[in-house]
Design a protein around this ligand. Sequence first.
Ligand SMILES: [Zn+2]
Length: 1013
Amino acid sequence: MYHLPVLKNRRTLLERAEKFISDMYFTDCNLRGRLYGDSCPLQSIDSFLSSKRITFTEASNQTFAPYKVGDTFGPTWWTCWFKVTLNIPESWRGKEVHLRWESDGEAMVWRDEQPVQGLSKEGEKTSYILSDCVKDEEPHSVTLYVEMACNGLFGAGQGSMIAAPDPNRKFSVQKADLVVFNRDVQEMLTDFEMLIDIVKELGEGEQRGFQALFTVNEMVNLCDPSDPSSFSRAHSLAHTFFSQRNGDSQHVAHAMGHCHIDSAWLWPYEETIRKCGRSWVTVIRLMEKNPEFVFTCSQAQQFQWVKSWYPGLFSEIQHYVKKGRFIPVGGTWVEMDGNLPSGESMVRQFLEGQRFFNREFGIHCNEFWLPDTFGYSAQLPQIMQGSGISNFLTQKLSWNLVNTFPHNTFFWEGLDGSKVLTHFPPGNSYEMKGKVEELVKTVKNNKDKGRANHSAVLFGFGDGGGGPTQLMLDRLQRVQDTDGLPKVQMSSPDKLFSQLQADSALLCTWTGELFLELHNGTYTTQAKIKQGNRQCETLLHDIEIASSLALCRDKTFIYPVEKLQELWRLLLLNQFHDVIPGSCIEMVVDDALRYYEDIRTEVLPCCTMPVEPSVQKETPLRHEVIQMHEGPGTPDLALVRVPSIGVSPVGDTKPVAPVTITGQADGTLLMENGILRTVVNKDGTLASLYLINANREAISDSCHGNQFVMFDDVPLYWDAWDVMDYHLQTRKPVVEVVQPPHLVYSDGLRGSVRFTLRISDKSTITQEIIMDAMCPYIKFNTKVTWAESHKFLKVEFPVRVRSPNATYEIQFGHLQRPTHRNTSWDWARFEVWGHKWADLSEHNFGVALLNDCKYGYSVHKNTMTLSLLRAPKAPDVNADMGTHQFTYAIMPHTGSFQDASVIQAAYNLNFPLRPIRCPADTEPWSAFSISTAAVILETIKQAEDRMGALVVRLYESHGSSVTATLRTTFPIREAWHCDLLEKPDPTRPAHITSGGITLDFSPFQIVSLLLVF
Ligand SMILES: [Zn+2]
């Protein structure tokens, strides 16, 4: 018998097999060259160009003109509609026939007025299957429409993906024809590809790799591309290899189709609607052909879009949701940023999301799904648990620039001790392709080997949409149980997490925030979005309280349920993980700012309606100076004392100590209000900040507070996202004075001085330093004209405090981060996020730095720094250019920041008292109050499912265990503890006494109550 001379040359055997399926080499004689059979041109293609995204009905009624393949059209963001007529040749009976469509824009095929298939070259979808096997009774003459967006999967970046879009790009269709598709060749190609990849991925150290090598080599010998009858012997060799099974202990990969669609990023919101349509209709086509296929899909907002734009597709989705194959996941309105939204905003993400999924599909999500955000608040575990969620899937920490996160499967313990089972897919991706390499990585990278034997494999093109392909499904189908690779099963989040939960005895616990050591510029980029978010969170808070109180006082008052839901949803949408971080293109910024304006326009007039009481936060008492009317001219000021969540008439109260401003011989200005005394230098910095009663100077020796500093800010790639550690080496103080500090106003209630500094010939800072009577902090109302490029503006306060940790406010609480750079975990946090305040305290003295719309902080040693403005050029070339107005404040204090009411001061800075017109005899009145300053009454709103009942949300803010009494002037009939989805716990009625409702809190605990009147 003739013996085949197979020499011991791994390289030539492997490359021989690779060339056999290459799409570049030897396609005249290799297997790849046989993928397509005969082709024929389309009968006609006509086109119509639209500047807007219009409906099918509108488009199909337009006048179409003949189009020639190769002709260009555009520009970017327009839409070209094609009307395609085709005739399948008689001779193609029994063949699989595709419409082949290659274009540089994303497209949707419409047939019989319905969307049927998404097409995208970048997403490896370039054909629409007209027939699996042409039969006589099928229509051979077909008319289709193709809706082609003038943008790619990742927008239209000029030169690179994240560069600003090229507004003038031209697009074309490069190929449009009918073609016979040889499915048997495709099946063989997949066999070959998987075996070749096994050879490569298992390497020379594993005998299994060599078994794959000789199998694939023998298949090349057997397979004659020109003779399909030779395929079956080759295929059966492959089948034998794939069927050699693993032992019982092998790792299990839970494969789930997925399509990460950024709700806006390098394209505007409007295009995302079509991305959802294109991606999801393709998923439905795959489901029809692959009965095992399961697809996970997050973000209620995107379902809502599809429901209104593609109702037919939405009912198909509902059908597959019922079958448990199209699985809504995550439970949130959008996949929001994990750092910047307020605590209440995060609650609303889950409230709107879970309620939507329940209403539309009758399901409740058991997992939070946030693969792609730039850090994760330490309060998320409690908010998840409060929303009926115990599992969490993400993976972004694999992007850490400095430290490798030590776990893939672990318990994540939040600020209050709540725990959620957390899984980072070890393949470090949410858009895998079903390749051998990813399966091998899933086992190799798993940092919990021996502890967790199950992992998620999320497959499908993502970020810009696209989703899974038939090829990905075919790949995974081949290796369901193939010795040497993990077992692969089509799965669901519930199956994965219940397996992980069932075998969780050895899992580790990570306590506190999941900090991403990258993208730290996103706390500052696009300052107007940050400001819009903070202000609108405040406005919605106020209008909900005002409406709730109006409801309590007048049962006929109609609580604006629908309007508030609509406005909340706009705010929540803008919290998407590429919008609020500022990592989006200019068109998205414009949309986002417009949504904030919509919220302001709707809410602001209502906040001052005469029927509403003057709303304010939950201090026992606010004693402060307010400005009665906004606008230019001399401010109309008054000193008021307002009880908690109530009203008080504005009287003619005089301060205990008036504010004074005195010019000194050396040209400095001395400002004093009986609490603080400060000296303003000729360049606007503070030479001294003195806490009078404590006899303590707050500013560090021979240093100045309120020092503006500029840094060069050139990251390695991710422009809008990243500020790198090395920027700290480029610090330059802003010292050029245009106008030195001069007195603006002084009347005993308020004193203020103003000055102007020059940053460069294009940028200036004008600041008003304001001291109010009775106020424990100094405000800095700041206006910056900003036209820089790759610069970072910050303000520094070197303070006379020594502490190894600084404290930062986060959602419903606060946490500490180090002020030193001992370990890599410490110095990787050179730029961190916080909400309304940060504090640096030693025993019995500290300084807090408050802000009204900033999120980026750093405290190194004794210097507290607030990040103000950046100037990245991609993906928005005009990011942050223009004029900015913001306020920060400095507050030295004795005791702890808790006892010194820093938290309250930060609320007061962010939630202004609102003057309203009342009858002259109005008595001071308080609707709700709390017996301890440790507990904050954060939210009062009408209950979702119970008209006339209220939900109030409180949290423990000091980090202490306390008992508090909630008092109200309204007669409460019933009070129940409820979860964040407002489901009352029938076993936990709240205890109502004549003094109020008594509540026990553990540190940072969030408590929600349902109050029935
Ligand atoms: Zn994303």
